[in-house]
Design a protein. Structure first.
Length: 106
């Protein structure tokens, strides 16, 4: 009978530790998601700023800014692909008429 209590005690301790670890990992994942969203938003803002600067009369046609704009768009797309992979959902974009459009990931 004492063996049953011993194994039961070990099982309870193991389960409590496992639940603690799972909660800790969930908090970590949620913090990572939040930071990822902030990072992607920051990159999108940066891309918009570069686009505005490259369209100014002073810099219009500057090849260096055009390359920087292309590179920033590629980085934003790569981050969005990672976000799509991480969240497991299809990217959502708006077309020119502000209509919601869900893009097919294939």
């Amino acid at each position: 009978m004492t063996w049953i209590y011993f194994f039961f005690s070990i099982s309870v301790i193991f389960n409590v530790l496992l639940i603690w670890y799972i909660i800790k990992m969930i908090k970590r994942v949620l913090a990572f998601q939040e930071r990822l969203d902030e990072f992607v938003e920051s990159l999108e803002t940066y891309e918009g700023h570069i686009d505005v600067v490259s369209n100014l009369e002073t810099f219009y046609g500057d090849e260096t800014l055009a390359n920087l704009l292309r590179h920033s768009k590629a980085v934003v797309e790569e981050c969005q692909d990672f976000r799509t992979l991480y969240y497991g959902e299809e990217p959502i974009e708006f077309d020119d008429d502000n209509e919601l459009e869900i893009l097919d990931g294939s």
